[in-house]
Design a protein around this ligand. Structure first.
Ligand code: GLC
Length: 484
C-alpha cells in the first residue's frame, strides 16, 4: 500500500512538473539574479544590426548560407563568386557619418534604457577591434580603419553608456568566416559547422578557443557590459537523444519523410564561456538564445509578442522598419503601433527591444528619428506606467492594458486609429479602487470621477481632457490604490 502512495506522489509531482513551463531554467548566481530583476525594470531597449552587408541592403549574413530559404537567396547565381564579393564588402564599408552620440541621444530621449549591438553577426565580420582575426572593421587596409572612431563597438558602448543606457553585445556563436567553423576543406551545405566536431576534436577546440577569446576581449576591453546576447542557437551541445528527437519531430511534421535540416551537436563549452564573461563582468546577463539551460537568463521571442503573460523574464525583439539590417526605402511602424506594442509587452511582464538598422554611411533613416521622437513625447507624459512596473491580472481587457507599481494601478487605454483622445468612459471589470483612491489621467492634475461597477470600476473622462489630451495614441489613468 505504502508503495502505491509513493508511486502516486511521484506521479503527481511528475505531472505538475511537466505542466510547469520548463523552457526557463533559473540562474542561481545572486549577482545575476539581482541584475535580471533590474533589467526587467528597464522595459525598453534598442537593437542595431550593422555591418558591411548593410551596403547591399540584403538580409544580414544569410545570403552566404547555402540553405534554400527565402532569406538566403542571392542575386548572382554563382555561389563562389557571390561569397567572394560578399567578403570584399569590407573593402568599401566606410561609414564616415558615424555619430554614435546622436543615436544615443535619440534613444535616451525616446525612453530607451539599454542597447544591444551586433559586435559580430553570423558572417563573422567583427565590428570591434579583435586581435583574433583580420576580418574586422579595424583591419589594416579597410577604409574605416584610419578613422578615429574605427573601433565601432567601443564608440557605441561609450556613447550609450554616457547617456545612462545599459550596453549589450550581440554576438553570433556560428562564424561563417572562421576556417575552424566552415573548414575550406569541405563544402558548406548549411548554417552548421561543416565538419563533424567529434571526428575532428582538435579543429573544433580551436573554434571554441577563438570564440572564448573574442568573448574575453568583448568583456574585458570595452568597459562595463551588461548583456551578452548570444545568437545562433544551433551552436549548442546536444545529446544523441536530443538529436534523435529533433529528427523525429521533423519527420512527423513532414509526411514525405523529407529531413530538411541537419542537426549537429556543437559543444561551444557554454559553461566556460559564461565563466569568462562573468569573471570579467560579474553578474553580466548571458542570453544564450533558444538554447535550453541556465545560460538563457531571459527568453527572446523574435518579431512577435506572446499572447499571454510569460512566467519568466523575456524580451520581444521587433523590427522598427525595413529589416534587421539596412534596406533601401524602409517603411517604419507608426508611433501608435510601437507605443501599443510596448504597452502590450510590458503588461505581460516583458521588455521591448526595438531594432533600428543603420545605413552603410553610418546614419539612421529620418523616419527612425521621427518615430523615436514621437515615442519620447509619449513616454515623457506616461513613463511612470511603464518603468519598474509589474504585471497585474487581468493584464488586458479590450483596449485597456494594466500595470502596477507601489500600490498604484495604471489603466492604459490604447487608442484606435480614429481616436484622437481618450473615450468618455473607461471600464475595468475586475479591478476596483479603494473608496479613498485618487484617480487621475497622467499628464493632467484633475481628479477623475468614478463608480464601482460589480467587481470593477467605470471611470469618467471629462470632455475638457478628451478634447485636449496630454498626449497621443494611448492614455493612462492612474488609480492610487485598489482593493486587493
Ligand atoms: C533572425 C535573423 C538574424 C537576426 C535575428 C535577430 O534570427 O535570422 O539574422 O540577427 O533574427 O533576432
Amino acid at each position: 500500500m505504502k508503495k502505491i502512495y509513493i508511486l502516486i506522489a511521484i506521479l503527481i509531482f511528475a505531472v505538475s512538473y511537466a505542466q510547469h513551463d520548463d523552457r526557463y531554467v533559473p540562474e542561481t548566481d545572486p549577482l545575476v539574479l539581482e541584475k535580471i530583476a533590474k533589467w526587467q525594470d528597464l522595459k525598453f531597449g534598442l537593437l542595431m544590426h550593422w555591418g558591411p552587408y548593410s551596403q547591399w541592403g540584403v538580409v544580414e549574413s544569410w545570403s552566404i548560407c547555402a540553405e534554400d530559404e527565402g532569406w538566403c537567396r542571392r542575386n548572382i547565381d554563382d555561389y563562389a563568386l557571390y561569397k567572394e564579393k560578399y567578403e570584399k564588402l569590407k573593402n568599401t564599408f566606410n561609414p564616415v557619418k558615424f555619430d554614435p552620440d546622436k543615436w544615443a541621444t535619440a534613444a535616451a530621449d525616446a525612453g530607451m534604457k539599454y542597447m544591444v549591438f551586433t559586435t559580430k553577426h553570423h558572417d563573422g565580420f567583427s565590428m570591434f577591434d579583435t586581435k583574433l582575426t583580420d576580418y574586422k572593421i579595424s583591419a589594416e587596409g579597410t577604409p574605416f580603419s584610419s578613422h578615429p572612431r574605427a573601433n565601432i563597438t567601443k564608440e557605441l558602448f561609450n556613447a550609450f553608456r554616457d547617456k545612462g543606457l545599459w550596453v549589450g553585445a550581440y554576438f553570433s556563436k556560428p562564424d561563417w568566416h572562421s576556417p575552424y567553423y566552415w573548414w575550406p576543406n569541405f563544402a558548406t551545405p548549411d548554417r552548421n559547422v561543416n565538419y563533424d566536431p567529434l571526428e575532428y576534436p582538435g579543429r573544433w577546440q580551436k573554434f571554441v578557443d577563438f570564440t572564448h577569446g573574442q568573448i574575453n576581449e568583448l568583456t574585458s576591453e570595452y568597459g562595463k557590459v551588461d548583456i551578452l546576447w548570444l545568437d545562433g542557437g544551433w551552436v549548442a551541445k546536444m545529446s544523441d537523444g536530443e538529436i534523435r528527437k529533433w529528427y523525429k519531430g521533423m519527420l512527423q511534421s513532414n509526411p514525405n519523410g523529407f529531413i530538411k535540416k541537419r542537426v549537429v551537436s556543437q559543444d561551444i563549452k557554454i559553461d566556460e564561456l559564461a565563466k569568462i564573461a562573468r569573471k570579467n563582468q560579474p553578474g553580466i546577463l548571458v542570453v544564450d538564445r533558444a538554447v535550453y539551460g541556465k545560460h538563457q537568463n531571459y527568453l527572446t521571442p523574435e518579431n512577435r509578442v506572446p499572447d499571454q503573460l510569460l512566467p519568466y523574464p523575456w524580451e520581444s525583439c521587433i523590427i522598427a522598419g525595413g529589416g534587421w539590417s539596412w534596406v533601401n526605402d524602409p517603411k517604419f511602424k507608426s508611433p501608435r503601433e510601437v507605443i501599443h506594442l510596448l504597452v502590450d509587452i510590458v503588461s505581460k511582464g516583458g521588455n521591448l527591444l526595438l531594432n533600428i538598422a543603420p545605413s552603410p554611411e553610418g546614419t539612421w533613416h529620418g523616419d527612425a528619428y521621427k518615430l523615436l521622437n514621437d515615442i519620447g513625447k509619449w513616454m515623457a507624459v506616461n513613463d511612470e506606467a511603464i518603468y519598474s512596473t509589474k504585471p497585474i491580472e487581468p493584464y488586458k481587457e479590450g483596449q485597456v492594458r494594466v500595470t502596477k507599481k507601489d500600490g498604484a494601478v495604471y489603466a492604459i487605454y490604447l487608442g484606435a486609429e480614429d481616436e484622437n483622445g481618450p473615450p468618455s468612459k473607461i471600464w475595468l471589470s475586475s479591478i476596483q479602487p479603494k473608496n479613498d483612491a485618487k484617480l487621475t489621467l497622467l499628464g493632467t492634475e484633475q481628479s477623475l470621477q468614478w463608480e464601482k461597477a460589480e467587481n470593477g470600476v467605470v471611470i469618467e473622462i471629462p470632455d475638457t481632457i478628451r478634447q485636449e489630451p496630454p498626449c497621443d495614441f494611448a492614455w493612462v489613468v492612474k488609480i492610487s490604490t485598489i482593493i486587493d
